[in-house]
Write a protein that binds this ligand. Structure first.
Ligand code: HAM
Length: 419
């Protein structure tokens, strides 16, 4: 026997037994997003490398060391998307959907980053993300935060805390960056290697260092919030007021900088203590300059993305139940009644029941499987054309019906399965 192949490190199989939680998240999210007027968009998993280099930023960890980039057969440089925002902006510009328009979009799907895998951090992971275009005020920032809070509440996920910050305009940030670099140069001896490198390329990311030895340097660094331009300050204050009025608890974290360069003004993260080092379950913010940077007309925009592996893990840890995909009816035809079984199963499905049909084996083994399948009813074919219906979960025992009566009985007992 040759050696069995394994999945690529950091890329997971999502097997049927695990998917009940995933479906629950996806179904709940689709409902919540619809309730806020967001419409789904589906985009390619592969884009030109340049799209990500320009939008996420050439000196970010993602672009410098985490992208899956390759040349295709034409020699084009392409990348498996590490996130969804850049593609949404590209698609919006290309299809003429952004200029002077308001759009609220959502997407779900796999993203790819070559990070060091650990609990909650994978190389293929999944996001549900939203992007809103054409609204400059803080109301839509607040609305998105409320939307994420509602999704967590509907899923029964609690214990998340919300941190917000404002990065101001690019000009204000540039002025702050100069101040920060001066400060970090003065403290150069206290910086770790990573921070020394970032000092040259992306000094704001020094504030994001998780190294405890850096904590004091970071705590004493000048605060970005003290360098905000007046308009950004007013924007941020209004956002806080809106959140307070809506009853959403938050803390202002002036060190929250995010790992992607496109943000302006609002940034936010929903954090948990229950997933070890990977604490961000949902993150996003405003990126008013990105549409123009990618060749469109200036268009304000704001969005966020939820890491689904992390959210599903929280659901599993909590009290929430998974969506159930057990069949409602298990047809156990015994030996040699396959045609009748197929016809009966089709008739039941036509009435909205979900049915698993057993082929082969003895009646005894079929009944065992019926029990294990989680089905509510087992259906047996009697020799005189009648149907026996056995209640596997409730207390209704086994009853014998004429064919049509069995169909009516089962259809009446089972709720049709919706989408
Ligand atoms: P991000 O912070 O890079 O933002 O990712 C958003 C979320 O995706 C994270 O908070 C985390 O839950 C999840 N995530 C990221 N990397 C991994 C990984 N390697 N394994 C598992 N989960 C991960 C963005 O991607 C932005 N596009 C969000 C956004 C949308 N901003 C504006 N619009």
């Amino acid at each position: 026997m040759s050696k069995a192949l394994q999945a690529v490190r950091g890329m997971n199989d999502l097997l049927p037994d695990a998917l009940g939680y995933w479906r629950r998240v996806e179904r709940t999210a689709a409902g919540v997003l619809r309730a806020y007027g967001y419409r789904e968009i589906r985009l390619p998993v592969v884009e030109r490398t340049e799209l990500f280099a320009r939008s996420i930023g050439a000196h970010t960890d993602i672009v410098e060391k985490e992208m899956y980039t390759f040349e295709d057969r034409n020699g084009d440089r392409l990348t498996l998307r590490p996130e969804g925002t850049a593609g949404c902006v590209r698609a919006g510009i290309e299809n003429g959907l952004l200029h002077n328009q308001i759009q609220r979009w959502w997407y779900a799907g796999p993203m790819f980053r070559h990070e060091r895998p650990q609990k909650g951090r994978y190389r293929q992971f999944h996001q549900i993300g939203v992007e809103a275009f054409g609204m400059a005020g803080p109301e839509v920032d607040a609305e998105q935060i409320l939307m994420s809070a509602r999704l967590f509440a509907e899923l029964g996920v609690d214990g998340l805390r919300l941190e917000i910050n404002s990065l101001g305009t690019p000009e204000a940030r540039a002025a702050y960056r100069t101040r920060l670099v001066e400060y970090l140069r003065r403290r150069f001896d206290a910086l770790d290697d990573d921070s020394r490198r970032r000092l040259e390329t992306n000094p704001l990311r020094v504030l994001d260092s998780k190294n405890p030895a850096m904590a004091a340097v970071i705590a004493e660094a000048p605060s970005l919030l003290d360098h905000l331009d007046a308009e950004s300050r007013a924007h941020f204050e209004k956002l806080q007021e809106l959140l307070r009025t809506a009853g959403v608890a938050f803390t202002v974290n002036p060190r929250l900088v995010r790992g992607l360069d496109y943000y302006t003004r609002t940034v936010f993260e929903w954090l948990t203590d229950r997933l070890g080092a990977q604490s961000a379950v949902c993150a996003g913010g405003r990126y008013d300059g990105l549409v123009e940077l990618l060749g469109g007309r200036p268009t304000p925009a704001v969005g966020f993305a939820i890491g689904l592996e992390r959210l599903v893990e929280l659901l599993r840890q909590g009290a929430a139940s998974a969506d159930d995909d057990a069949p409602q009816v298990y047809v156990a035809p015994g030996e040699g009644a396959a045609e009748r079984a197929l016809a009966l199963a089709e008739a039941l499905r036509a009435r909205g029941c979900s049915v698993e049909c057993h082929f082969g084996g003895s009646l005894k083994s079929q009944l065992k499987r019926a029990d294990r399948s989680g089905a509510r009813f087992a259906v047996l074919l009697e020799s005189d054309g009648r149907i026996a219906v056995k209640d596997l979960r409730g207390g209704e025992g086994q009853q014998s019906f004429a064919y049509d009566d069995a169909l009516n009985y089962l259809a009446g007992r089972l709720q049709p399965r919706g989408g």
